[in-house]
Design a protein around this ligand. Structure first.
Ligand code: F6R
Length: 646
């Protein structure tokens, strides 16, 4: 395509984008860079107001979305003299009832991530009070609203978006003209909050929140969304009709809203998912493959049955012009998908590997499977794990974190009591161990679910998870010397909020990679999970790879990413598909069953009621069904991987 044609294409795409996306959206490669961009815009506004001798009013959010912004603001305060002396803040919301000292309170959150580290005048901080009596709430909310108006209104409002489409705690059903008030939390929002409160029962039913009208009065609004789990609701908020069933759609009427998202959160936007529906595309092989798979799914026909007419009727006639005919296009994509399928994830010895996902040599590879939590290895790639061992590779598994907060207190107590009784019966326990068990038992008996796990409790829970992980890895055929527990320090907080990735974390990963010098590394590629453990664990591996990139042996080291329990790679992104027979799938299930503390109702089930083994099977079967529907062979299940190239 000539450059003039490309420019016209891009212009027309930009023009048509406006009719699809009803608010300006900027997509960033990664949530860190995006957060830094927002923080810098805020800092600029603070400094401008300082020069004018004026105050600035910020509307602040909590939750995982703004953490990166606060981190950068704190850094700028420490390293670049950014002062907050002229800043007044109003937080969007607070649970009700809620004591400010409780770990789950938004007061605690704001102090931890921002206020304790900057020079803001405490008198300028406003957060809805979760302790006031029910009879006073209405008047309190009226005054909160009045206070915002009295200081001249909010200059910059930060927002996250909930999976219900809420902004603040304005849940579906919120009116456009709602102001600060007491609200009931949606069931989905309460389920999402279990990770902070420990149990469903502990999550409050209510909250005080600024209203839609309060938010709409802000002069500038930043809506942030990171991660795949936000993709679906974000698409509705940006492209859907304005409706109180998705309160964030009201932002479409705001004159100065900026939506800032990362790639994962943008995946459902039309311009990413089906850009050919918006206008002309700059075609390349990846986009072509995505379009053909979409067309096949849309028409319900396998790829080789797609006709010129199908392409023409679905906005894809360009593709036929670009690739000559549907016949050639179909064969190209069909073969490409066929080449992803292999029963030899470690490479097939003595075979021509030019069209295979992995190299044939060396026939016996050294392999590390990194597992962020102690059960991700078997949940996400148990079938492939079993195969790699059976096919004679030197497989090591490395459990990156202890996973020690995800054991129920009652399970930990049961183990301790057994140990105490067993130890006493055979007089086996040394004094220090007796003390540890007695102390941990005492703490557990008095502990509320939502309380932080003490060091003693974490030690016990960590041992439980180690035992399960060992059993799972052994079931897959590993010797004890091939099982590594890395206990990365960032995880060891005793709560769901983790420390940022540190040098010590990366060093641990580097040391193991240097020791094994692997040909293959498998890692959890949950780019979708910006602040969660999986993402931190992946960043540690990326940093280790970068630090080791000049080592000669690293040239032979390939990194394969698997996805965690919830999402699979979309088919057009899969580069290695490992089919599982019904028996292999059953064996994988048994490996997952070794993780007894995670069975039935695990402490952190996320927003999915199925058990982990059910999610894994459903997902692997769904991938196989998709391959089948596209016209490839029928398999019971498929595990999928994508190669990460630096
Ligand atoms: C928080 C708030 C909520 C969150 C939303 C997204 O003050 O009002 O609307 O912004 O629930 O939460 P995260 O960012 O944790 O995904």
């Amino acid at each position: 395509m000539s450059s003039a044609a490309v420019t016209t294409t891009q212009k027309s795409l930009k023009y048509q984008l406006k009719s699809v996306e009803k608010v300006p959206v900027k997509i960033w490669g990664d949530s860190n860079d995006a957060s830094i961009h927002i923080a810098r815009s805020i800092a600029l506004a603070i400094r401008q107001k300082q020069q004018e001798g004026e105050q600035i009013v910020l509307g602040l959010a909590t939750g995982s979305s703004p953490i990166g912004v606060y981190k950068e603001l704190v850094r700028m305060h420490r390293e670049e003299d950014l002062s907050f002396s002229n800043v007044i803040t109003f937080n969007l919301d607070e649970y009700y009832p809620m004591k400010p000292k409780a770990q789950q309170s938004y007061v605690y959150f704001m102090n931890e991530y921002l206020f304790d580290h900057i020079d803001i005048d405490p008198k300028n901080i406003n957060i809805p009070d979760g302790t006031i009596g029910m009879e006073e709430v209405e008047e309190y909310c009226r005054q909160y609203e009045e206070k915002i108006d009295l200081v001249g209104g909010i200059d910059i409002q930060l927002l996250g978006i909930g999976r219900t489409g809420h902004i603040g705690f304005n849940e579906p059903g919120s009116w456009r003209d709602s102001t600060t008030r007491l609200v009931r939390l949606d069931g989905i929002t309460r389920r999402d909050a279990i990770k902070d409160f420990g149990t469903a029962e502990a999550v409050p039913y209510r909250a005080i929140t600024m209203g839609i009208a309060s938010i709409m009065k802000a002069r500038t609004v930043y809506l942030m969304a990171w991660g795949q789990h936000k993709a679906e609701i974000l698409q509705k908020a940006i492209e859907g009709p304005i409706s109180m069933t998705i309160p964030s759609t009201f932002l479409q009427e705001h004159p100065n809203v900026k939506v800032i998202v990362d790639k994962a959160a943008a995946t459902e936007l039309t311009r990413i998912k089906t850009p050919w529906l918006i206008g002309m595309c700059n075609w390349n092989d990846d986009l072509m493959c995505q379009a053909v798979i979409w067309l096949s799914q849309k028409t319900g026909k396998s790829i080789l049955l797609l006709t010129d007419n199908d392409y023409n009727e679905h906005h894809l006639s360009d593709l036929i012009i670009e690739y000559k005919s549907s016949y050639e296009l179909n064969i190209k994509v069909h073969n490409q998908l066929q080449d992803t399928i292999t029963g030899w994830p470690g490479g097939k010895p003595n075979a021509n590997d030019s069209r295979r996902p992995e190299r044939a040599t060396p026939a016996k590879k050294r392999i590390i499977i990194f597992s962020p939590h102690p059960d991700d290895d078997v949940i996400s790639m148990g079938g492939t794990f079993l195969r790699l061992v059976e096919q004679g590779h030197d497989v090591h598994v490395a459990y990156q974190t202890s996973g020690n907060i995800a054991v129920h207190d009652y399970d930990a107590l049961r183990y301790i009591e057994w140990m105490q009784e067993f130890g006493a019966t055979y007089d086996l326990l040394k004094e220090d161990k007796k003390d540890l068990f007695a102390k941990a038992a005492k703490i557990l008996r008095a502990k509320q679910n939502s309380q932080k796990n003490s060091l003693e409790v974490r030690q016990i829970k960590g041992m439980i998870r180690r035992g399960e992980a060992r059993a799972g890895a052994r079931f897959c055929g590993l010797k004890d010397s091939q099982i590594h527990f890395l206990d990365m320090p960032f995880y060891e907080t005793g709560t769901t909020r983790k420390k940022p990735l540190g040098k010590a974390d990366v060093q641990i990963i580097k040391d193991l990679i240097t020791e094994i010098k692997p040909h293959q590394v498998y890692a959890a590629g949950d780019l979708a999970d910006p602040h969660g453990t999986h993402r931190v664990c992946l960043n540690a591996i990326f940093e280790a790879f970068t630090a080791l990139q000049n080592e000669k042996w690293m040239k032979d080291c390939w990194l394969w990413l698997y996805r965690g329990a919830w999402h699979e790679w979309p088919v057009h992104e899969i580069e290695m598909a490992v089919p599982l027979s019904p028996m292999e799938l059953y064996k994988k299930r048994r490996a997952i069953f070794m993780h007894q503390s995670q069975k039935d109702t695990p402490p952190f089930p996320g927003n999915d009621e199925r058990e982990f083994w059910e999610r894994a099977e459903d997902r692997n079967k769904a991938t196989a069904a998709q391959y089948r529907a596209l016209g490839l062979s029928q398999y019971e299940a498929i595990e999928a991987f994508r190669r990460w190239k630096f």
